[in-house]
Design a protein around this ligand. Structure first.
Ligand code: ZN
Length: 431
């Protein structure tokens, strides 16, 4: 299935032809979700479907427990009409965020609200880790008394690169023990639930579009994912763009400092050797900002995950000291923010975007310095600065963003026409 590039209106149009019931069902559900509360008449108006088609569809959705009637809505001078809305308890999904430093498993409802969570400790071997993930998913469903038939599936957010079509983790940097692992396939075999994998930044984009509706991002924006690696995603006309193979967002070799350190790709001053936490910690170490050696490897070196706890600790300490007003630490992060600003400028110019949303596991440590600085760089360097201003935002969804996004992509697959996460294996169970 290919991604659709929809229309100016955030509402999609249905078709009154027979044999497209599933599509219309998605169109009606999507319209109800975006509206919050709406009458059948308005649904018909917004989708272009006949009143009769909408009435039939809504009856089926109410029977299936996905939609409920609640109160009335009045439009203009018309008479009050029965309001319909999504039933938050009508459908659930599980989300897993596999990070180098920790693993989060969450259960969300149709409204995108987190119902329960677990933070399992995974063993080093991938088979053992998959068994622990399966137990964690089962635990959440059992604890909340959610029947299997109400669960759309399990979404996994994981660092790329991945082969979404085969549900295989390829060779993510910073996640040792996960090379060529058929994660989606194996987890699906154990749990019996449909599983799909998404690159972490793409999952974060799903989370932002699904659950971050209240935030003024508009329909087009760039999402910057600040973790142990740095990646970007794009949302275009309200749709998350995944790239040809689900691997959009590799920006490690954009050059942001021509006099910077050599990169393994042959260039100098790439994002990969100047912007990520590892690069910043090593720069701080060389400038004598730590009392002794940090034990963190160079970004140019081959890195297994053995030094990750040291890296995590050193980077947190660097950010905390900058936040507390230590000038040298702050200056170093302001420079780092300037380099990210240059990369972001290239991205916004490429796609003619004016909105950038930042998030990811380390973002909350950096945002007090980065948010302003990136905006300054954009306004000074962008080719398009005379055409439009820029909006640089922090996600309101915090550290659970990618897990929420992975789970919401499951719901999105059910509810949004044209969305196509790379589901592995069998079809969704029928509602
Ligand atoms: Zn490079």
């Amino acid at each position: 299935m290919s991604l659709s590039y929809p229309h100016e209106s955030p509402f999609l149009h249905g078709t009154n032809l027979p044999a497209v019931g599933d599509y219309n069902r998605s169109v009606v559900l999507d319209t109800i979700r975006k509206a919050g509360q709406i009458s059948r008449v308005e649904v018909a108006h917004l989708t272009g479907l006949t009143a009769q088609t909408v009435t039939n569809m809504v009856r089926k959705l109410i029977d299936g427990g996905l939609v409920q009637e609640q109160g009335t809505v009045t439009v203009g001078r018309g008479k009050p009409r029965t309001a319909i809305r999504l039933n938050p308890e009508g459908r659930f999904a599980l989300g897993i965020h596999l990070e180098p430093a920790r693993t989060t498993v969450i259960l969300i409802n149709l409204a995108g609200e987190i119902i329960d969570r677990d933070l399992p400790i995974l063993p080093d071997d991938s088979a053992g880790a998959i068994a622990v993930l399966a137990r964690s998913a089962a635990l959440l469903l059992e604890r909340q008394g959610i029947p299997r038939e109400k669960v759309g599936g399990i979404g996994i957010a994981i660092p790329g690169p991945l082969d979404a079509g085969r549900g295989t983790v390829l060779d993510p940097p910073n996640l040792s023990g996960w090379r060529n692992v058929r994660l989606a396939h194996d987890l699906e075999s154990i749990t019996g639930l449909p599983v799909f994998m998404e690159k972490d930044v793409t999952a974060a984009c799903h989370g932002q579009t699904w659950a971050g509706n209240g935030q003024e991002t508009g329909q087009d924006y760039i999402f910057m994912y600040m973790g142990l690696g740095i990646a970007f995603g794009t949302v275009r006309q309200g749709q998350v763009y995944r790239g040809r193979t689900g691997n959009e967002g590799e920006m490690g070799h954009i050059v942001v400092d021509t006099s910077g350190p050599a990169c393994w790709c042959g260039q100098k001053g790439c994002v990969a050797v100047t912007c990520d936490p590892r690069s910043l910690v090593k720069q701080a170490e060389k400038e004598g900002l730590f009392p002794g050696p940090t034990g963190v490897n160079d970004p140019q070196a081959f890195n297994d995950s053995a030094d990750l706890p040291l890296l995590d600790g050193a980077f947190r300490s660097l950010c905390r000291r900058a936040h507390d007003g230590e000038d040298a630490c702050r200056d170093l992060l302001v420079e780092g923010a300037g380099r990210i600003g240059r990369a972001v400028t290239i991205l916004t110019d490429l796609w003619d975007m004016d909105t950038v949303v930042f998030g990811g596991p380390y973002w909350h440590l950096m945002e007090d310095i980065y948010l302003d600085r990136v905006g300054q760089v954009l306004r000074r360097r962008s080719v398009l600065r005379q055409v439009h201003d820029f909006k640089v935002l922090s996600t309101t969804l915090g550290g659970d963003l990618a897990a929420i996004g992975a789970a919401s992509a499951i719901l999105d697959n059910d509810l949004t026409p044209g969305s196509s996460p790379g589901m592995s294996g069998k079809d969704h169970p029928a509602l």
